[in-house]
Design a protein around this ligand. Sequence first.
Ligand code: C5P
Length: 443
Amino acid sequence: MKHFTIAIDGPGGAGKSTVADHLAKQLGVPHLDTGAMYRAFGFQALEEGLTARDAQQMAELAGRVRIGVRFEGGKQRTLLNDRDVTDLIRTPEISMAASDCGTVGEVRRLMVAMQQKIASEHSMILDGRDIGTRVLPNATLKVFLTASPQVRAKRRYDEMIAKGQAADYDAVLADVIVRDRQDSTREIDPLAPAEDAVTLDTSDMTQTQVEEAVLGLLYRKLADAEAREKPPVKKRERFTFFYRVAMVFSAFMFRCVLPVRYHGLENADMDAPYILIGNHQHMLDPFLIGWKCKRYQIRYLGKRELIRNPLMRAIHKNLLMIPVERHGADIGAVRACLKTLKEGHVLSIFPEGTRYKTTMMEELESGVGMIALLGNVPLLPAYVTAKLKLFKPVDCYYGEPFTVSDIAKEGANRENCDEVLARITAQYRAMALAYGSEKAVAK
Ligand code: C5P
């Protein structure tokens, strides 16, 4: 895994430290408990009898105190002027002193600088109050853990009892409330979730649930970051034998015999699934518009009559044709088209259903509208300006892909189907106008 940082912020007792500790162990990275650093500072201030209300004294202490951390077997030891104070800084007085000192600008600046330096050295998890907002504004993942004051006080109380310390629940709760108020109302970097943090209320969650949730979020972030860095490799599908033959045939035909000038090929490079539509004038149009969508073996509808003869049946089967009964609604064919789109393939359809002498897209088959509505994938329009002719170039334009998902949202009924067809017609009129085949434009 490459360098990452996780910022876990939240009020005291929300479970930040325990969650961070467990996750750090699972991920094999250190966990920096930044609260311990403020505690060490508070400890020193208490020892010297200094008060956080005296900013001068605090700034002076910040200038000379040496706070450091060391990781032993993954566990943080906190050092104060080279003395290990890890086990001395967990008392309620020191909690309060840390919170008091944390309101002073000089103290915060010192802490933030140290924490940023530590986090720049390796992947790690930091927990505190201002990690996502101040220390690591670019953290890989920011989580804000919270829980009701009562739940947090109970957790602290149980922790103290388990350690054999004397504890009074009401006093712990009062302390939680006072510290919350001070931490979230202080002028500098008050406790608040960063704008891009995910807030988890752990009041009704188990420790394991919280850890799993944070891990899930981290993996998603890392995967997203990876995807952003590396554009997905545009894989080419493995073609069947006759499809490869058809590609070679098309390359020869449309370069040499029935020449075609192609435009907008970047549109033809789009990711599947999508529906490739075209106007239909020549029997080779399926090859003409299909072979330039080179990454995919295009599935297409073919009339049943084509596969009566066993040889043709074998060829079309190998080409992965979807047979269609042209008279009456062929529900089976519609289903097969939807299945192919669902499986992430490209489907090619000539919405006019049959060849037309003009390039108009006026009378469309309603089946196309239905497939577009139910398939709800983008449509890639290919527009051929004229009928193929021997050695006389024609133009083929791939237009901007468009969707009908706004119509699909309203349901797949007759009216919406007509709306889809109208959109296709409008698209082709616009292309005909833009690319200048005057015959194609309705008078
Ligand atoms: O997390 P912990 O309870 O150990 O923190 C003690 C105190 O240190 C907090 O109440 C808070 O005022 C301060 N602190 C801070 N910023 C941090 C970590 C802790 O202000 N990043």
